[in-house]
Design a protein around this ligand. Sequence first.
Ligand code: ADP
Ligand code: ADP
Ligand code: MG
Length: 668
Amino acid sequence: MFKKILIANRGEIACRVIKTARRMGITTVAVYSDADAKALHVSMADEAVNIGPAAATQSYLVIDNILDAIRRTGAEAVHPGYGFLSENAAFAKALADAGIAFIGPNVKAIEVMGDKIASKKFANEANVNTVPGYLGVIADAEEAVKIADEIGYPVMIKASAGGGGKGMRIANSRDEVAEGFASSMSEARSSFGDDRVFIEKFITEPRHIEIQVLGDKHGGAIYLGERECSIQRRNQKVIEEAPSPFLDEETRRAMGEQSVALAKAVDYESAGTVEFIVDAERNFYFLEMNTRLQVEHPVTELITGVDLVEQMIRVAAGEKLQLQQDDITLTGWAVESRIYAEDPYRNFLPSTGRLVRYRPPEEGRDEDGLTVRNDTGVYEGGEISVYYDPMIAKLCTHGPDRDAAIAHMSDALDAFHIDGIQHNIPFLAALMAHPRWKEGRLTTAFIAEEYPDGFAGAELKEKFKRRLVAVVAGLDHKENERKRHITGQIGGRAVEFTKRRVVQIGRENHTVDIVDDGPFIRVSHGDDDVESVVESTWTPGQPVWRGKVNGRAFAIQVSRILNGYRLTHRGVEEDFFVFTEQEAEFAALMPVKLPPDTSKMLLCPMPGLVVSIAVVVGQPVKAGEVLCVVEAMKMENILRAERDVTVGKIHCNAGDILAVDEVIMDFE
Ligand code: ADP
Ligand code: ADP
Ligand code: MG
């Protein structure tokens, strides 16, 4: 076994690999860029080597710098994680030449599977089902249209060198093929430096289901069940689960056996993933093979009990797989939520800055057999920089069945407290509460279909309303109790045996009677004779309320606002005001402050630099046309007209720095 390994990656995956290596008694070497000098993976590793400036192209992607770090530390093997150099055949070759073990597959497997055209041809020969399509390189738009006509619409145009959802287009007609062919090709050229594209049938109502495989250097290969990753936004996975709610035993075995056949055909000797697209009739088609550890591998670990990183290290060291196919059993259900530094309310714009608060839910298994696992590479006070992937953490839960795993995920998301940057937890929480997700009626279009206009927060359902009103009554009561006990502080309300309060949500009033009953607070809701019993150890100032309402445990995020609280729960973010009856009467007389009518202006969606203004005063503009370009976090954001408008006044010039919501221009 290796004594020392180097992890050629950063973030959560570097931390995750270090954990297993340490458990195996292997010394670890981290590499880091200037921007990552204080990163978690650096402090976790036994040794760390700086490999260059912040930009990945000058550090994590520079093969020579990694080789240099290996030489300096005497590491015997390299784990590449995912992304970066993990699927780079030149890197695997360079390591082989230097006599260093690559904790991944052989060079040939990386080469064949790294190219979508080559891998599809290879899969065809290994008798793996592939998506019907044309596997030649397509010369021009005319040929593309001819091929699409033969395949039948809709079709998908893909970059052969593609990855991460880039360089892909769906086309429903000849015009769209011609257009998609050109844009797919140019995106492929700029993203991958390789403009070969091909066309295949677009599978309708598709589900993304992938098989985890594991091979060794002695011809052994097994599969470890599937993961369903149909919840995607722009072809990028958001939520994954294992097993899939859609597969039956027969389909699972057929997919597993084809995946193993493919793995054997390329002498696959590590952990890898065979991705399939599955249609409504459970026909499945090979998409691609990812020759690395996959982002979502923890859900497989949770249902199989196998540590995939340990297996990768063992087979890289030449060990024979100790696991046989029959040893692999799938127990319970696991769900993963990818927590990203992005603003779900602003079209998922990336968000960077300091993590002022980072309090994940507690990890581990509870007495009901429910597990929380949180793979992360950040810490409180750390920085989310503009240079790398904006993933903050991968939150996983496991339970005896799908409903339990989902319910546990809802609770874990509610308890996860992040402050200082925007994050997608409210969106993930809303997904967990979504009836269609709960039913498992998924396709890769789920998010596009269910959130066609983006995400504006989940709706406050009646069933949550009473629960949250009761909690708010309890919060207010505790805060008043505390004020009464602090001498000199005024404003604490007078003690009464029963207190009547009005909890206001929007313009809706909920009158409640509150009784302090030792560890409980009893809250009666209006006339309908219903009582909520609230129990919590929350004290004023804590950002997460944990407790029980009528015996059921919850976590709710709480922040103090004037005259009330802002609660976040199950993806709902809502302001609750608490008044005495008299205050409520006055409050009712207050004019409602209407939000400004933003339909007549263009506001700057993020702090940034105005690069260019594309229109002039008085110009009529059609919906979708470019109004201006704002640069933020090294990305140019094109702001387009949402409807047909005529440009009125323009309030800024190219070169100006704008704050969020600053007015860029008015419309007439
Ligand atoms: P998964 O199927 O696990 O979501 P993806 O293909 O989306 O995998 O990518 C996983 C990671 O690898 C992501 O961090 C992504 O940004 C990165 N990645 C994928 N393809 C490439 C590529 N061609 N070049 C650089 N990074 C890539
Ligand atoms: P990448 O390398 O970017 O991960 P994939 O080929 O794995 O590319 O495709 C990414 C996603 O695009 C899939 O998860 C699926 O949602 C969708 N997709 C790809 N090919 C097809 C197809 N032929 N029909 C329908 N959806 C597809
Ligand atoms: Mg893929």
